[in-house]
Design a protein around this ligand. Structure first.
Ligand code: CA
Length: 229
C-alpha cells in the first residue's frame, strides 16, 4: 500500500451529500473521486483502484446491491461501506449479503463516517505479522484474502479476514461483541450487534462444513464469539 494518498470512491447521486463528504475527506488528506450513478461507479471502481468505496443504496440507474455485487466480482477485497436511507434490518442484511462490509444509515454524521474510515486505514496500514493460518481443514491467506478448503478457494472481504484474524489471535478465548465492533469496524454502536451476527452467519457459510452447526466460529451467548481452530 505505498506512500501515496489513500483514495476513496464515492458513488452517490445526492449532490449535497457528495459535496459534504468530498470536503471532509479531502480535509483529512484523502484523494476523493465521485460518481453519481451505478454504471459509472462500477467503471470507476475498476479504473480508479480506490482503497475504499462509499456506496449509496438508491442510485438512479441501479440499486446499491447490484452495484456492490458487480464490484465484488472483480474486486473481492476493497472495503465497501453502504450509505442507506433505510433503517430496516432486512435491508442491512441484504447489504451485507451483497458483499458490503459495513453500512451507515442516513442521515449520518460526516465526522463519524470519517472517523470510521480513518480507523479502517489505520488497520490497513498496520502490517500483518501473520501471513496465513489454519482453521480446521481450511487455510486463511491474509494478504490474498483467500480461504482455501478441500482443494477449492473462496474470496474473503477485508473485514472477514480481520474478524478471523482477531478471533484466531485469541486462541480460543471468547471475544466480546463490543470489542469486535471497535476493533474491526472502529465504532461503538454501528453496525448493531444483530448485524455482526449476520456477518458471522455469512462467514460460516464459507468456512464451516455445516454452517448451522458450526465447529469453528462459535457463539458465546450474551458475550460474543470464539474460534476453535
Ligand atoms: Ca440516492
Amino acid at each position: 500500500m505505498g506512500a501515496g494518498k489513500r483514495k476513496i470512491l464515492i458513488i452517490e447521486d445526492e449532490p449535497h451529500i457528495v459535496l459534504g463528504l468530498e470536503d471532509a475527506l479531502r480535509f483529512e488528506g484523502f484523494d476523493v473521486v465521485s460518481r453519481s450513478n451505478g454504471r459509472t461507479g462500477v467503471d470507476a471502481a475498476k479504473s480508479e483502484r480506490p482503497d475504499c468505496i462509499l456506496l449509496d443504496l438508491m442510485l438512479p440507474d441501479m440499486n446499491g446491491y447490484q452495484v456492490c455485487e458487480t464490484i465484488r466480482r472483480s474486486d473481492p477485497a476493497v472495503p465497501i461501506v453502504m450509505l442507506t436511507a433505510r433503517s430496516q434490518e432486512a435491508d442491512k442484511i441484504r447489504g451485507l449479503d451483497s458483499g458490503a462490509d459495513d453500512y451507515v444509515t442516513k442521515p449520518f454524521s460526516v465526522g463519524e463516517l470519517v472517523a470510521r474510515i480513518r480507523a479502517l486505514f489505520r488497520r490497513l496500514n498496520r502490517p500483518s505479522e501473520v501471513h496465513s493460518f489454519q482453521i480446521g481443514s481450511a487455510t486463511v491467506h491474509v494478504s490474498a484474502h483467500l480461504l482455501e478448503k478441500d482443494g477449492s478457494s473462496e474470496k474473503l472481504s477485508f473485514y472477514e479476514v480481520e474478524l478471523l484474524k482477531l478471533l484466531y489471535e485469541r486462541q480460543g478465548q471468547p471475544v466480546k461483541r463490543e470489542e469486535i465492533l471497535e476493533r474491526i469496524w472502529g465504532v461503538e454502536a454501528n453496525p448493531t450487534n444483530r448485524s455482526i451476527d449476520n456477518f458471522v452467519v455469512k462467514l460460516r457459510k464459507k468456512l464451516e462444513a455445516t454452517p448451522n452447526q458450526p465447529e469453528h466460529i462459535l457463539t458465546v451467548y450474551g458475550y460474543g464469539y470464539k474460534l476453535v481452530p
